[in-house]
Design a binder for this molecule. Structure first.
Ligand SMILES: Cc1ncc(COP(=O)(O)O)c(C=O)c1O
Length: 389
């Protein structure tokens, strides 16, 4: 991924650590998504980047929001979008969460169980529910499999129970897993959706929405082995377009389509300015000498996804110098705050010294929300937004 001039300038100007969001890049990504999938309603998954300026830019473009809690709903409303552009996309909610959301004006709720439907009927009467089907998560870097979603058989029971409880059984949803790398995962999801839709229609239940969830990949990632990820995005969009057509043909009532992209809109439009804490070399118990690059930020303040990814690192004060292979780690006294054995070693300038700036690319998703409130005394990264428009 190329750094654009505005982001580069902001990284160069930063003499303290921070994360830089490129608002124009995020807006362009949103526009590109709508060109690929004309007519879809976008509900940005706030969890991927709960930054007011980012949410405001997307809201101004016409996006709505997928919120996972009353606090996220309140933040989404703060952008000025009407409540009907926000849905409660979390299948997990207490009675109090549902009542709070209802008070805030929310009428669209994700669900996946009879217990949750009964709670929505009690605390958000008359609302619209979207039943989430379980997927395997195969092909995704983060599968999201067991915790969410129900079988097709259960989905029919859930939607019938919703109708009986005075709710509107409005839609079906899926999530194929985050950073989904295969178009087949979407193909399988469409098969499932078509089957359940057919059964529902046969029982006189006519959903009017299909929510395809998140999972659209970022383009600038490197996997834990150091291999650039090259998701087949064109194929994925083609499969989604065909899937929409197929569902529209299967359904006995008109369907609208929703997606909840998170990572795809923001990941490649956020970059971190960190610095080298120390490059050291230590003999391990097996006798092997290893270089370790300790950065000023890690799993607990910006690099939460270091379990599956290698972040692309640039060392602007060491252009074209001799490298050594190193394990990358964050600054805390926690051994989870490091690349693990599965990760390949990363080339790092041999002369990297404490305080040298390090730029970390494609770090815009699942960074800010996942920062601890000062674990081990390391502050969450502040952020800056640049607008190259
Ligand atoms: C319900 C829901 N929708 C959308 C998303 C966004 O997923 P992604 O960032 O893969 O697009 C998530 C992420 O976990 C989610 O839980």
């Amino acid at each position: 991924m190329e750094l654009n001039a505005h982001v580069r300038a902001a990284l160069e100007a930063a003499d303290e650590d921070r994360i830089v969001f490129d608002l124009a890049g995020i807006e362009a990504q949103y526009d590109a998504l709508l060109r690929e999938l004309p007519g879809i309603a976008v509900r940005f998954a706030m969890k991927a980047c709960p930054v007011d300026e980012v949410l405001g830019a997307l809201a101004a473009r016409g996006s709505g929001f997928d919120a996972a809690s009353p606090n996220e709903i309140a933040q989404a409303l703060g952008t000025g979008v009407p409540a009907d552009r926000i849905h409660y996309g979390n299948t997990i909610k207490s009675d109090g969460n549902i009542a709070d959301a209802h008070r805030l004006g929310i009428r669209d709720f994700a669900t996946d169980s009879l217990e949750d439907v009964a709670a929505i009927a009690a605390h958000a009467p008359g609302s619209r529910v979207f039943c989430r089907l379980a997927t395997s998560g195969d092909g995704a870097l983060w599968g999201l499999s067991r915790k969410f979603g129900c079988s097709g058989t259960d989905a029919v029971l859930v939607m019938e129970a919703a109708r009986a409880a005075g709710l509107t059984p409005a839609g079906l949803s899926v999530h194929v897993g985050s950073q989904q790398m295969t178009s087949e995962a979407w193909q399988d999801a469409f098969e499932q959706l078509a089957d359940v839709l057919t059964v529902l229609n046969g029982r006189g239940v006519f959903p009017d929405h299909i929510n395809l969830g998140g999972g659209l990949p970022a383009l600038g990632y490197v996997d834990s082995r150091g291999t650039p990820l090259d998701p087949p995005v064109d194929k994925i969009f083609a499969v989604i377009r065909e899937g929409f057509e197929r569902l529209a043909a299967v359904s006995e009532s008109p369907l609208d389509f929703v997606m909840e992209p998170g990572r795809h809109l923001v990941a490649d439009h956020g970059a971190i300015r960190a610095h080298v804490a120390r490059l050291s070399s230590r003999k391990q118990l097996d006798g092997e000498r290893e270089h370790w690059l300790y950065l000023s930020c890690g799993k607990f303040n910006g690099l939460y996804e270091m379990d599956q990814l290698q972040y692309r690192l640039l060392f602007p004060s060491h252009p074209g110098t001799e490298n050594v292979p190193a394990v990358v780690a964050g600054p805390t006294c926690d051994s989870d705050d490091a690349y693990d054995h599965e990760h390949s070693r990363v080339p790092v300038p041999a002369s990297a010294a404490s305080g040298d700036p390090v730029w970390i690319l494609s770090g815009g998703a699942y960074a800010t929300g996942y920062m601890t409130q000062g674990f081990n005394g390391f502050d969450p990264l502040p952020y800056t937004c640049v607008d190259g428009g």
